[in-house]
Design a protein around this ligand. Structure first.
Ligand SMILES: Nc1ncnc2c1ncn2[C@@H]1O[C@H](COP(=O)(O)OP(=O)(O)OP(=O)(O)O)[C@@H](O)[C@H]1O
Ligand SMILES: [Mg+2]
Length: 331
């Protein structure tokens, strides 16, 4: 059995929606019967837009949320039946949550969690020293978490996930809100952990990150895995089209949709580049791109769209997502 086995795992949230006093119950399928497994020494990326179900999946794996149906196994232990054993085999980093104690310093937080994990004290001391060094917080170990910057908190949460050297590591958006230099540091550490044999699951909506870091990626949308495989293989699937990227002002959804009627065009997706300046990015998947490009440009100009840049690009995981769903990842 692999360190992580996910079998037909689902989560349905029962919520209430509507105006005050007229709320009606509603079921929301956040994760819809997903299957995957992660072997030792693999980085498995969960890539998808906001609300796709990535965090919910991670939370079910670490027993914070009870699945509605299906099951998942961590080091062979069921998240439905053996929650305690599951937690012992996991190192977890969640985002957007107060998982650290704000009135304690960075070092005190790690000491607190080491005690919680019943780590032997001289070993814990050595490990904490190592980790503070690793994430570049040695010189800020005495600062209260409430006085940390967001990026410092992210790095300390990351260190916390590594404390107990668990075989399975779950990182929810490990580089969100980090500067490029800290992001690179965290990515290097994650690669190193993979080489040491950990099974690693990370979520991201950053396709470049999923691409460079993951051995395999599951692209998730509306709770379903729509594609799964090594990034290079997924990108190979969209190679049959040319991909034209057009940067423009005054882009409208309508204009983009109209392009879809061109017979050579298989997919079009728009995303905002800078909403305040009304700058957008249009991505067109087309057969014989060089031949249709003049037609496309002429069409856009006629629609009063001012084009600032046109390029032919190599497919990215974004294009895999567009080809599969007809939408952009960065909605
Ligand atoms: N506790 C909850 N109660 C009700 N609905 C929830 C709850 N948690 C999540 N959801 C809903 O489940 C869906 C999936 O959310 P989830 O947090 O898993 O998305 P995500 O892929 O992590 O997105 P993001 O990229 O924004 O972090 C969303 O529609 C969300 O609103
Ligand atoms: Mg999330």
């Amino acid at each position: 059995m692999n360190p992580v086995e996910v079998q037909s795992l689902s989560k349905v949230f029962e919520t209430k929606e509507g105006p005050l006093f007229r709320k009606v119950p509603k079921s929301l399928v956040a994760v819809d019967a997903i299957d995957f497994s992660v072997p030792k020494g693999e980085i498995f990326g969960l890539l998808g837009p906001n609300g796709a179900g990535k965090t919910t999946t991670i939370k079910m794996l670490c027993t914070l949320i009870t699945p509605t149906s299906g099951d998942a196994y961590v080091s062979g232990f069921s998240v439905m039946k053996d929650q305690q054993k599951v937690r012992e085999n996991l190192g977890v980093m969640l985002t957007g949550e107060r998982t650290l104690y704000w009135k304690l310093t960075g070092r005190e937080n790690l000491e607190y969690f080491a005690a919680l994990y019943h780590m032997e004290s001289s070993y814990a001391k050595k490990r904490i020293e190592e980790l503070l060094e690793l994430v570049g917080l040695k010189d800020r170990e005495g600062t209260l978490i409430e006085n940390y910057s967001t990026g410092m908190r992210v790095r300390l949460s990351f260190a916390k996930a590594l404390l107990n050297e668990a075989p399975v590591l779950l990182f929810d958006e490990p580089t969100a809100s980090l500067d490029p230099q800290s992001s690179r540091l965290i990515r290097d550490i994650i690669r190193d952990l993979k080489n040491k044999g950990h099974a690693i699951i990370l979520t991201t909506h950053n396709m470049e990150e999923a691409d460079v870091l993951s051995d395999r990626v599951a692209i998730i949308d509306h709770g379903k895995i729509v594609m799964l495989g090594p990034p290079s293989e997924l990108k190979e699937k969209v190679k049959s089209s040319d991909i034209i990227e057009i940067e423009a002002r005054n882009l409208s959804e309508n204009a983009a949709e109209a392009l879809q009627s061109f017979s050579e065009v298989s997919n079009v997706a728009v995303s905002a580049l800078d909403p305040s300046e009304d700058r957008g990015l249009l991505r067109v998947h087309a057969e014989k791109g060089k031949e249709v490009l003049p037609k496309i440009l002429e069409f856009l100009v006629r629609k009063q769209i001012s084009i600032t840049k046109v390029s032919f690009i190599q497919p990215t995981l974004e294009d895999v997502f567009i080809a599969q769903t007809g939408r952009s990842l960065r909605d």
